[in-house]
Design a protein around this ligand. Structure first.
Ligand code: URA
Length: 492
């Protein structure tokens, strides 16, 4: 039933979110229904004094001519954006207020959008309150890391927002936290990000204290979200976990229900049996053959050679001319590189630009890459702090550096810092300190070592900063000189 028809029948308009309000408001405007004839109510609204659910106010039988529809009025985007934001503001009369504003605008009272008007001032204040709450939630939410063995989500946070900002805040964290799984719980709703999809659920906890034993509820939510009825095979499930144990497992309570749902039609027939367990003789095989080597990823973004892909927004490839004579190798992308998908675009990259200027080298002629292609980080408040990659991660990613070296064929590699040096030489036996200013011949190329730009950004002493900067500039100049030096000539 349309909003105008519901009203004409004496029913209140039940609205729980902006899209519903917008549809109802459009219908009312089309039928020229003035705000004073409309009774709005919100499911789950609470009586301000008793705290009990507020009864829906009965609507008067509005005298609406349903046959007298007019074209939908045009409302500017800027006003719709304000109304959408203000709709997140938890005011008991929010839907009625928003309708009054849009009604006045369509009556030619365009001042209603201005802060000088009484309704306009309230609209501006609501928008501000919502933006402030979004900001506070970004800034003050604290993710707690859960042990890996506890299963997803990896990070959980509890927050009590004053306004309905969870959906937009969740989008913010999707773009900030890469593929690592997390959950934000609030008293009214929860969102769970499994690394690829955002799942909205009802409330899962009632206070921050529940975070401590959050495991079970979170696991159930996650289990439901990943359950794929098309791949269900109860025989295999029972052989893994006999059903008498299910009752003691967190997912035990929901598995039978999901199995029933699947059997009732969600399952693609035939498929489950085909992947069933087959009988037959046991054939002993050598351990080496038991785990045949996996096919190597052909695209960097598909790389699963180590765990880091799960926590990064994307893999960051090297960049530069296909046949650059000098290749710079850094450690790993930072926060900004991870978001942008390009190497050295953050503070370390800005410092490198200064080094290039001082050394008289053009960035566009260099190939810039990293030893590790995914951003490794740890949460610190709302920030993602760089975490040095482990040796096994550097080794796993060496596969990609080899590919770049084979394609670009640089004559000189400049290793920025010790992680890069280890990756380039394939050993940790040679230190940065010992090689500064002393080029090494390795695999038919020159390798020059310099400090990592972040070292210069970090070091507090101004003198040390300048010295380190000079080492970097000299290293870049040396790299250029080496282009002219015959390979057999011993280092100067
Ligand atoms: N630090 C690096 O080592 N590489 C980047 O791309 C950015 C910062």
């Amino acid at each position: 039933m349309s909003a105008a028809a519901a009203l004409a029948a004496g029913q209140p308009l039940l609205v729980s979110h902006f899209a519903e309000w917008r549809e109802a408001a459009r219908d009312l405007l089309v039928h020229a229904v003035p705000p004073e004839l409309v009774t709005w109510s919100q499911p789950g609204a609470v009586d301000l004094f008793s705290g009990a659910p507020a009864p829906a106010e009965p609507a008067h039988n509005a005298s609406i001519r349903l046959d007298q529809a007019r074209p939908a009025p045009h409302v500017p985007r800027s006003l719709m954006d304000m109304l959408q934001t203000a709709a997140c503001c938890r005011m008991p009369d929010r839907w009625a207020f928003l309708y009054r504003v849009i009604w006045r605008w369509t009556q030619g009272e365009h001042d209603v959008q201005s802060a000088a008007d009484a309704d306009g001032a309230r609209l501006h204040a609501m928008v501000k309150a919502v933006h402030r709450e979004e900001h506070d939630m970004h800034a003050y939410i604290r993710f707690r890391e859960r042990p890996e063995a506890a299963g997803p989500p990896r990070f959980v946070a509890w927050f009590e927002p004053r306004h309905d900002v969870l959906p937009q805040v969740a989008e913010h964290f999707v773009s900030r936290m890469g593929k690592v799984s997390w959950m934000i719980a609030t008293p009214d709703a929860s969102v769970l990000w499994d690394g690829a999809t955002l799942h909205n659920t009802g409330p899962l906890m009632s206070s921050a204290a529940d975070l401590d034993d959050a495991g079970e509820a979170l696991w159930l939510t996650y289990y439901r979200s990943i359950f794929n009825p098309a791949r269900l095979n109860t025989q295999v499930m029972q052989s893994h976990i006999p059903s008498r144990f299910w009752k003691n497992l967190p997912e035990g309570a929901i598995v039978p229900q999901m199995v029933t749902n699947a059997a009732l039609g969600e399952r693609r027939t035939g498929q489950a049996q085909a992947v069933g367990r087959k009988g037959g003789a046991t054939i002993p095989i050598a351990p080496a053959d038991a785990q045949p080597e996996r096919q190597q990823p052909s695209k960097l973004d598909e790389c699963r050679r180590c765990e880091l892909w799960q926590y990064a927004t994307q893999a960051v490839p090297g960049e530069g001319p296909k046949r650059s004579q000098i290749m710079l190798v850094g450690e790993q992308p930072g926060d900004q590189e991870d978001l942008a998908g390009h190497a050295f675009v953050g503070p370390a990259g800005k410092l490198l630009d200064k080094v290039f200027d001082a050394a008289g080298v053009a960035r566009r002629e260099l190939y810039l890459t990293n030893a590790v292609k995914h951003f490794k980080w740890e949460p610190r408040g709302k920030r993602r702090l760089h975490k040095t990659p482990a040796q096994r991660e550097v080794e796993a990613c060496h596969y990609w550096l080899e590919k770049e070296l084979a394609a670009v064929k640089p004559k000189v590699i400049v290793a920025l810092g010790s992680t890069a040096l280890k990756s380039v030489l394939g050993t940790g036996n040679v230190t940065l300190k010992d090689t500064l200013g002393k080029p090494i011949r390795h695999d038919g190329r020159w390798v020059v070592t310099v400090y990592h730009p972040s070292y210069i950004l970090r070091v507090p002493d101004e003198n040390a900063k300048q010295q380190a900067f000079k080492v970097m500039v000299d290293g870049l100049k040396l790299a250029q000189e080496l282009l002219e030096r015959p390979p057999e000539e011993p280092p100067a």
